[in-house]
Design a binder for this molecule. Sequence first.
Ligand SMILES: *Cc1c(COP(=O)(O)O)cnc(C)c1O
Length: 238
Amino acid sequence: MISDNINTIKKRIKLACERVGRNPSEVTLIAVSKTKPVSMMKDVYESGIKDFGENRVQELVEKYEELDGSWGEDIKWHQIGHLQRNKVKYIIDKATLIHSVDSIRLAKQINKEASKKNIISDVLIQINIANEDSKYGIDKSDLEEFLQELIKLTHIRVRGLMALAPYVDDPEKNRNHFKEMHQLFVDIESKNHDNCINEDGISSFDTLSMGMTGDFEVAIEEGATMVRVGTGVFGERQ
Ligand SMILES: *Cc1c(COP(=O)(O)O)cnc(C)c1O
């Protein structure tokens, strides 16, 4: 059942990597568990997946608290959906990675809450890669300026970029968007911005989150290091 789904997805990840000479260990599968019960997450967890994605803060927090301590202690929670500033405080010490930083005001709020807890919050910058009105994310032409602002926030570590590509019938239609994301990623990586660097001087700008059930193989071929797969792991949502 669920373990079959996971084996299938893992095999497809491996094949996509092989097509372009990448090592599958470079790609993290995030099981997007939104709307799905903790009982199903447990099956996924027991198949060896530790990374889960949620798009609503309330759902992430409820599930986080529902885990009874006998399993799930080492789950990495990913906040993948749009984050409202007034909700940052609820997840600041629960989310391993916030994928959806899409405004300076949100980044400042994350910085403020992280500073209260004396932690450094790992974040990705969401890019509205196809300039869709319906999507959050910053414009790619504003990225450099955006980064310059983020660099001033000392309780944020910018780990990379995230994109939510358009919904398409044929994943090939998103290839150019993924290519463009990878190019943006490589350009920034090469600049070694201050808070994209760890204490030991090594770049922490290492994450490119793109690709979902319908298009994750193309995303991997174009350089994704995290794919966010919901339906392919859990089955259709209501
Ligand atoms: C729901 C969601 C996904 C997963 O979508 P599937 O098509 O079910 O794989 C990935 N990323 C984000 C931001 C989502 O909200």
